[in-house]
Design a protein around this ligand. Structure first.
Ligand code: HEM
Length: 503
């Protein structure tokens, strides 16, 4: 055998031994924490990667292991560890300690730039100070007219399904309704008839999400240098161009309108009239900030607006879907919700006001209960940029941490033996539900959702319009779930609607 074969073999053996030593050292830091059986070098890659249905099954299984052992769980993707936890105390410590996210989030940057969700920790810390207060109650109140108009239109569309079989409510109606609502409030087209969401925009939006998910599920295209060589990357660039063109065009128009309004305000200053406009688009708020703060560049404004649209669209559509599914299979809950609406509105189909929203207490409990059992974002990730000692172990620097909202919502340790039962009343009981850090649908601590008030107002408005006019019927036993970053139903034809008979 030639000498070079000996030398090459020796080198390969040395590299393997070196990697093995590194691996042993890394794994020893998680000694005692449950994991799946490991293979050398690849760890659990062969077990945990698969399609969305398999990812869901692993998430559910790992949640149960964590609950049974009162412990986190560690998954090894080669040399990289992902620590999975839903322990409320650990979640509180982790979300307050770490604002950095692992590299997976960078897959969205081509579209969302350094917007809040995808920004590196240092950029996020700077921007959140300006943006945390943007969705205040008074800003959200200004959106109610749009919410009501969109909800009314949705009900009219759903009425066309009356008397037919189960239909795909999310893809046929909810996805479009939420995208249009969020675009109108984020970008500021207050005229309901002035649609921003063209078919081209809608298709590009959905395709971008799909491409990001496809990349996340395929480790081979995680490195940027490889991904850029693929047809998927070229398609992504084209779709992003369509989406950015819309944001750019609206931004330019809006900037000009703001200038004109300022000018005419200055001219009319003498008549002392206060502006009646309550509606303030998210883009308007950002453009005002951009005028006084040079660090908020136009590109950053666009990234934040695009982020809001992505952050709010599927999450709200899915919550509506799961809520309709639950109402349809729990006539007692649906009747109780209808009774609450009757006590507020009587026979009237009037638009919903902010006072009405605050009286819809049972409806809010229904939404929370749905989000507890079906969190549209079933987990979020953080990156440990230093060691963090917790009550029973230390998270070593360099670990990716998966905070498991699915597991948290279904934990019997936290929610009691009826944890898996859909029971909105638990949110209205004296002692209150669960404990802080156990309801993670909107995440927790730093980098939690800033759109919660917006989401609750929109969800309540849409559900109130629907349940006043329609009755949902469903069979959730046919619900099969998958995790494609978001928690999604595998097939959608699960819900039917009937016209409500006013009692
Ligand atoms: C039921 C509806 C919603 C759910 C379940 C939800 C859930 C979440 C979750 C889990 C996160 C944390 C993401 C992470 O750490 O990776 C998040 C962040 C965020 N959400 Fe929501 N969201 C909802 C609605 C909305 C809406 C309507 C908006 C905007 C109008 C919005 C805007 C955002 C933004 C900007 C962030 C990033 C916050 C930051 O990093 O500082 N969300 N959301």
């Amino acid at each position: 055998m030639p000498l070079w074969v000996y030398i090459a073999s020796l080198l390969v053996v040395c590299v393997c031994v070196y990697l093995w030593v590194l691996e042993r050292r890394a794994r020893s830091k998680f000694a005692g924490i449950p994991t799946y059986p490991l293979l050398p070098f690849i760890g659990n890659v062969h077990q945990v990667l698969g399609d969305g249905k398999q990812v869901f099954q692993h998430m559910d299984r790992i949640s149960r292991i964590c609950d049974d052992n009162m412990s986190p769980f560690v998954v090894w993707l080669g040399p990289c560890s992902i620590l999975v936890t839903h322990d409320p105390d650990d979640v509180k410590s982790i979300t307050n300690a770490f604002v950095e996210k692992p590299y997976y989030y960078s897959f969205g940057r081509i579209w969302l730039g350094d917007g809040l969700v995808t920004a590196p920790g240092v950029v996020w810390k700077h921007n959140i100070k300006k943006l945390a207060g943007t969705f205040t109650s008074s800003v959200v109140d200004g959106y109610l007219e749009i919410f009501n108009a969109q909800a009314h239109r949705l009900v009219e569309n759903l009425k066309t399904e009356v008397g037919k079989g189960p239909f795909d409510v999310i893809h046929k109606y909810l996805a479009y309704t939420t995208l249009e609502t969020i675009c109108q409030t984020a970008l500021g087209v207050s005229m309901i008839s002035e649609s921003i969401v063209t078919t081209e925009y809608y298709d590009a939006f959905n395709r971008c999400l799909e491409l990001i998910i496809m990349r996340a599920m395929n480790v081979l295209v995680h490195p940027d240098c490889i991904y850029r060589l693929t047809p998927a990357y070229r398609e992504m660039v084209k779709c992003v161009e369509v989406l950015h063109n819309v944001s750019d065009t609206v931004m330019k128009k809006r900037k000009q309108e703001q200038k004109d309004t300022k000018k005419s305000k200055a001219e009319n200053n003498n008549n002392g009239k206060a502006s009646a406009a309550k509606f303030k688009a998210f883009l308007d708020i950002l453009l005002e900030l951009h005028e006084t703060d040079a660090t908020l560049t136009e590109q950053q404004v666009r990234s934040e607006v695009d982020t809001i649209i992505v952050g709010g669209q599927e999450t709200v559509a899915s919550t509506l879907f799961y809520t309709m599914l639950m109402l349809g299979s729990k006539p007692r809950v649906q009747d109780k919700m209808y009774a609450e609406l009757r006590s507020i509105f009587g026979d009237s189909s009037s638009p919903i006001s902010k006072e009405d929203l605050s009286r819809m207490v049972y409806c809010e409990a229904i939404i929370n209960e749905t989000l507890r059992l079906y969190p549209p974002v079933p987990g979020v990730l953080r990156y440990a940029d230093r060691d963090l000692p917790l009550k029973s172990y230390t998270i070593p620097k360099g670990t990716a941490i998966a905070i498991n909202s699915w597991g948290a919502g279904r934990s019997e340790r936290v929610w009691g033996p009826d944890a898996k039962e859909y029971r909105p009343e638990r949110w209205l009981e004296d002692q209150g539900p669960g404990q802080p850090g156990a309801f993670l649908a909107f995440s927790y601590g730093r980098r939690a959702c800033i759109g919660k008030k917006y989401a609750m107002a929109l969800l309540k408005t849409v559900l109130a319009h629907c349940v006043r006019e329609l009755e949902f019927v469903s069979d959730p036993s046919n619900l099969e779930l998958k995790v494609d970053i978001a928690l999604r139903a595998v097939a959608g034809n699960l819900i039917q609607v009937k016209l409500r008979e006013r009692k």
